[in-house]
Design a protein around this ligand. Structure first.
Ligand SMILES: [Zn+2]
Length: 281
C-alpha cells in the first residue's frame, strides 16, 4: 500500500500537470462510485492538488468560489495517471498504457480535463473516491510529519500515555499520519531504536533520533519518488526507486549494512518487522 512518500510523489507531479485546468466532465466507471454527487464538478476549474494524509485531494471552483473537493485513496493497487492529450490519440494511447502495464478495463474513473485526462486505475478495487463540498472533510486525525507542528517536543507529547511498542505506535494513523510498515522499519533502523521497545521507555535522546529519522527517511523516499513494492507507479506511470536504498525492509537474512550481522524478520502484531538486533539493541 502506498505510504506518505508515494502519495506525496504523485501530488507533486500532478499539481503542475492538472493545476488550474478546467474539468470537462467526470466519468465514474465502477458501480461502487455510482452514488457520488458529481453535479458541481463539470465545468469547474482545479484550484488545488494536495496530499492530506495518504489521500490525494483535488479542490475545484467556479468563478473563484470553491465548490468542493475530490479525495482519492489508492489503497492496495490504485494508480492515478495523467494522460496528456497527445498520448490519447489513437496510436499512442494503447502504447502508453502497455508501457505502464495498465489495462483500459481497470480504469475505474476518469476526469476529462482540457489537455488530457486523469485516470484512476485500480485492478483490485480497494481504492476509494469521495466527493465533498469542502476539503476539510478529508483532513486526517493524525498529525502530518511534514506539518510545522511536528517538532521533537510535539512528538514526545504524542508518544506520552502509551505503552505500545514503538514500531506499532508509528503505524497509528490517529497519531502520526502516513507512515506504513516499510518506513516504520527504516525509521527505527536509522534511529538505532529497537522496534519492540515500549514508547514509555524511549529516552529524550531516542525521541529526538526517531523524530529526525522520520523526516530524513521520508524526505529521502520522496526524492527517489517512493518505493516500488506491490507495483507502485507515479502519475506518469514510472516506478519509484527508493527500494534500492532500503536498509532493513524486505532484507531478511541479508547482511546489515553496518557489517554487524544479519537482518531479522519478526512478526509483530501481524505485520513483518525487519531490524538488526545488534544495531537496534
Ligand atoms: Zn546492524
Amino acid at each position: 500500500m502506498p505510504e506518505l512518500p508515494e502519495v506525496e510523489t504523485i501530488v507533486r507531479q500532478l499539481a503542475p500537470d492538472i493545476g488550474n485546468k478546467r474539468i470537462k466532465t467526470i466519468e465514474l466507471l465502477d458501480p461502487r462510485f455510482e452514488d457520488l454527487e458529481t453535479s458541481a464538478i463539470d465545468g469547474a476549474r482545479i484550484v488545488a492538488v494536495e496530499r492530506l494524509g495518504k489521500q490525494i485531494v483535488i479542490s475545484f471552483a467556479r468563478d473563484s468560489a470553491i465548490l468542493g473537493a475530490i479525495a482519492i485513496h489508492l489503497r492496495m493497487s490504485g494508480r492515478l495517471i495523467w494522460i496528456p492529450e497527445q498520448k490519447t490519440k489513437a496510436t499512442s494511447a494503447p502504447e502508453f498504457l502497455r508501457a505502464a502495464s495498465l489495462k483500459q478495463e481497470h480504469c475505474r474513473a476518469r476526469l476529462q480535463l482540457e489537455g488530457g485526462s486523469l485516470c484512476f486505475f485500480d485492478t483490485r478495487r480497494f481504492g476509494t473516491i469521495k466527493i465533498s463540498d469542502t476539503r476539510e472533510t478529508f483532513l486526517p486525525r493524525g498529525l502530518d510529519p511534514f506539518a510545522k507542528e511536528f517538532t521533537a517536543e510535539r512528538f514526545g507529547e504524542l508518544l506520552s500515555n502509551s505503552q505500545q511498542a514503538v514500531k506499532v505506535w508509528l503505524l497509528r494513523q490517529d497519531k502520526l499520519v502516513g507512515i506504513g510498515n516499510i518506513y516504520a522499519c527504516e525509521i527505527l533502523y536509522a534511529a538505532r531504536v529497537n522496534p519492540f521497545l515500549s514508547v514509555a521507555k524511549l529516552s529524550p535522546k531516542q525521541i529526538g533520533l526517531v523524530h529526525a529519522s522520520t523526516l530524513s527517511i521520508l524526505n529521502a523516499a520522496i526524492e527517489n519518488c517512493g518505493t516500488t513494492f506491490s507495483d507502485f507507479q507515479d502519475s506518469h506511470g514510472e516506478l519509484g526507486s527508493y527500494q534500492e536504498f532500503l536498509k532493513v525492509y524486505n532484507r531478511e537474512n541479508e547482511d546489515c549494512v553496518g557489517g554487524c550481522g544479519e537482518i531479522t524478520r519478526v512478526s509483530q502484531q501481524g505485520r513483518s518487522t525487519y531490524y538488526c538486533s545488534t544495531c537496534q539493541k
